[in-house]
Design a protein around this ligand. Structure first.
Ligand code: DAH
Length: 452
């Protein structure tokens, strides 16, 4: 595969990007589990295993029959240079040993977990008390402890490798749902995935008899790359189960009682974390009915911060809570932390640069992040004819596999259909290091020519 090579790419591409920029779908965090939307500019499709893009042409400038025909294709006789930090061969989470060879198997078509994703398992940023995600988790714990006399049991060390049954079936995600596709989820094999949400643990904890619980963990989704999306992020799930005597006598039915209690609880949480305006929006999740999203007014926009609802009765019935009613919520920790600490981008959360880490300390929620000097980005454009097997997620996965955390954004900047009906897409890739200035040469050398 060729990834095109020039920063000076081309006046034409720049012009196109100004005149004809196609905005990417800013997919809200939880929309992943909603039914497919036909309005998405790059619709997700359900694929077979390991669908990677086939790049047909690439360009460092544009001319010729197609605006994307290659003037200078990259021929590389040099050995490929990949920026790949060493990946630990073993992680241990909650006493479970996870060997790399069991999770990353390149030759297995039912496995689509790359090295760079395995390297994130076990980092557990949410368990570091000095990290923004750990500070936020602890602040949420404080709220629940104070409001519910410490009744909520907390789990933050559950293994992120779960069965398809836990991740999807047990929370009633339909069998043809988009989120089950290899395009959207990391599969270890046909029956096992890296959890794509902390809801994956709901059913087992209900079966174990818990009625109040919070589950915090890293979750994994194949996704586009930009300032708010990362294939690994962190969620917190909360569940509360009510026995019949709790709502009987309240004058309302069980579901309304649970919905009212849920809203009261989460409005209190939002007030505990920030002083902002908020509103409820009705939505859909497979595991709750009714379902809601809480939005806060931030930087002159409504921003969704969590999804929640009254647990589907079937989940309770199947897990030994027939006569009960329950509510559940799931929130994205990065999104909240970005608001609370004024962190403009999702990548620094993974940074070990002490100009980032030293700004945060245990228990200090209100600290505002001070941007340290940003090194300049290096842009590359890539264009290719699209086909059914090419999705944006696949492209992002390939780019991430080559450049790791140096990729800041992958953005569709042009779209062209020729008379034969063939469509080509042009993506602009922004590379940026948090630690140093990247040179054009080093990125060019990193461009890998690979047969996919
Ligand atoms: N699992 C959902 C997601 O990742 C978030 C969520 C929504 C969790 C509603 C819940 C819930 O427990 O009730 O998008």
């Amino acid at each position: 595969m060729y990834i095109a090579t020039s920063r000076t790419t081309c006046a034409r591409a720049l012009l196109l990007s100004i005149r004809n920029t196609i905005p990417m779908a800013a997919s809200p965090l939880f929309s992943h589990l909603k039914p497919p939307s036909s309005s998405s500019p790059l619709p997700h499709r359900i694929h077979g295993p390991k669908p990677f893009p086939q790049v047909l042409s690439s360009s460092s400038s544009y001319s010729g029959r197609s605006p994307f025909s290659s003037l200078a294709s990259v021929s590389s006789s040099k050995p490929h240079k990949r920026i790949k930090p060493p990946v630990a061969a073993l992680h241990e989470i909650g006493g479970v040993k996870i060997a790399k060879d069991d999770v990353v198997r390149e030759s297995d078509p039912t496995n689509n977990v790359p090295d760079n994703i395995f390297s994130k398992i076990g980092l557990q940023l949410h368990r570091r008390d000095n990290h923004p995600l750990g500070i936020l988790k602890n602040a949420i714990y404080d709220y629940f402890d104070a409001s519910y006399s410490s009744k909520f049991v907390k789990f933050d060390d559950l293994c992120p490798i779960v069965s398809v049954q836990q991740n999807f079936d047990e929370v009633l995600v339909p069998t043809d749902h988009i989120s089950r596709s290899y395009n959207d989820t990391y599969y270890v094999n046909t029956d096992t995935v890296l959890r794509c949400h902390t809801s994956a643990h709901q059913a087992e904890l209900l079966r174990e008899g818990h009625s109040y619980f919070l589950v915090t963990g890293d979750v994994y989704r194949r996704d586009s790359i930009d300032s708010t999306h990362c294939p690994v992020f962190h969620q917190m799930e909360g569940v509360r189960v009510f026995a019949p005597d709790e709502w009987k006598g309240s004058g309302t039915d069980a579901a309304s009682y649970a919905a009212m209690d849920l809203k009261k609880c989460l409005e209190g949480l939002a007030r505990h974390l920030f002083a902002v305006e908020m509103r409820w929006v009705d939505t859909y999740f497979p595991f709750t009915n009714p379902s809601f999203e809480l939005e806060i007014y931030f930087q002159e926009k409504w921003m969704e911060v969590l999804g929640c609802g009254v647990t589907e009765q079937e989940i309770l019935d199947r897990n030994g809570r027939k006569d009960c009613v329950a509510w559940a919520f799931g929130l994205g920790l990065e999104r909240l932390a970005m608001v609370l600490f004024d962190i403009p981008d999702i990548r620094p959360f993974w940074s070990t640069d002490q100009r980032f880490t030293s700004q945060f300390s245990e228990g200090k929620l209100g600290v505002k992040f001070k941007q340290f000097s940003k090194f300049p980005p290096c842009y590359k454009d890539i264009s290719f004819w699209i086909s059914d097997s090419i999705t944006e997620n696949n492209l992002c996965e390939v780019v991430r596999g080559i450049a790791g955390d140096l990729v800041e954004e992958v953005k569709l900047i042009d779209n062209f259909t020729n008379k034969k009906g063939m469509t080509s897409h042009c993506y602009r890739i922004a590379f940026r290091s948090m630690e140093r200035s990247l040179t054009d040469e080093e990125i060019n050398e990193m461009q890998v020519v690979e047969d996919l």
